[in-house]
Design a protein around this ligand. Structure first.
Ligand SMILES: NC(=O)c1ccc[n+]([C@@H]2O[C@H](COP(=O)([O-])OP(=O)(O)OC[C@H]3O[C@@H](n4cnc5c(N)ncnc54)[C@H](OP(=O)(O)O)[C@@H]3O)[C@@H](O)[C@H]2O)c1
Length: 258
């Protein structure tokens, strides 16, 4: 049963990986998607592709940085002025930078991860949740990580941001009690996307080793999980959905083929 057809979803970080796959998957189910990220050209290309998909409503493209509170507020105001009610928010934009011990960590990497993964999620949620509460309808899905359930060596600050996403998901659910608005997290293990390329600042060889000999999740697998979560009946609230590749049983317990 398709319960999401005709709804509107905002997907942050839709230029690559999981966000792009979520946008395609939701649009394929008849959801009008509002695509966000910072790279306009990629967003416009994706929007054009989606627009040609049978049954997919015309997407909207909105280029901004989720760390920019003023831009996020303008975005929410614009939607409200246009009478566009957001039913689903997929807080996906996020990143890891570097892989260092805490004692060797770079301040700029910490700021970028905390500002995007934690404050970005908060900025978007603060801007769009009041409308959902006023309509007594809506679903926020945060893309967390298994790094928010277990730490791994040199994962320190990235793990801390994903633990924060888990805590915020749980805490917001307390704030939302008595409403029909739901908040969930989908927490993947290893997914082959541009994530490692970003983490290692474009070092292709290093990024490739992360996925070598591993049948990782595909971004589409995570999008499937997101679609399952938002398609549940209104009385069902998935708090956290943890999804890992079969070869991975913990962040650093992986059966890797040599
Ligand atoms: N890949 C994995 O193994 C894995 C595992 C668990 C969780 N995750 C989580 O999944 C989410 C998506 O990651 P991914 O694997 O799909 O990585 P990805 O391929 O690098 O995609 C990240 C997306 O986030 C966007 N983004 C980054 N900073 C942004 C900002 N400040 N404002 C707006 N958009 C921003 C990027 O777009 P622009 O650069 O164009 O802005 C891009 O579209 C992240 O939250 C990540 O932590 C990933």
């Amino acid at each position: 049963m398709n319960r999401v057809r005709g709804r509107t979803a905002v997907v942050t970080g839709a230029t690559a990986g999981i966000g792009e796959a979520c946008a395609r998957a939701l649009a394929g189910r008849g959801v009008r998607v509002v695509l966000n990220a910072r790279r306009r050209e990629r967003l416009e290309r994706l929007a054009a592709e989606i627009a040609e998909t049978e049954g997919a409503p015309e997407p909207l493209v909105r280029v901004f940085d989720v760390r920019d509170r003023a831009a996020v507020a303008d975005f929410a105001d614009e939607l409200e002025a246009a009478g566009t009610a957001v039913d689903i928010l997929v807080n996906n934009a996020g990143l890891a930078r570097g892989l260092d011990t805490v004692q060797e960590g770079r301040h700029e990497d910490w700021d970028e991860m905390i500002d995007t993964n934690v404050k970005g999620v908060l900025n978007m949620t603060r801007a769009l949740l009041p409308g959902m509460i006023a309509r007594d309808r809506g679903h926020v899905v945060n893309i967390g990580s298994i790094a928010g359930h277990l730490v791994y060596p040199k994962g320190n600050v990235y793990c801390a941001t994903k633990y924060a996403v888990k805590a915020l998901t749980q805490a917001a659910n307390l704030d939302l009690v008595g409403t029909k608005v739901r908040m969930s997290s989908v927490d993947p293990g290893l997914v082959e996307t541009e994530f490692s390329l970003v983490r290692f600042r474009g070092d292709d060889d290093r990024a490739r080793t992360v996925y070598q000999g591993v049948e990782s999740l595909l971004a589409e697998d995570v999008a499937d999980a997101v679609c399952y979560v938002v398609n549940t009946p209104p009385h069902v609230n998935v708090l956290h959905m943890v999804v890992m590749p079969t070869v991975q049983r913990s962040p650093h317990v992986i059966a890797r083929e040599e």
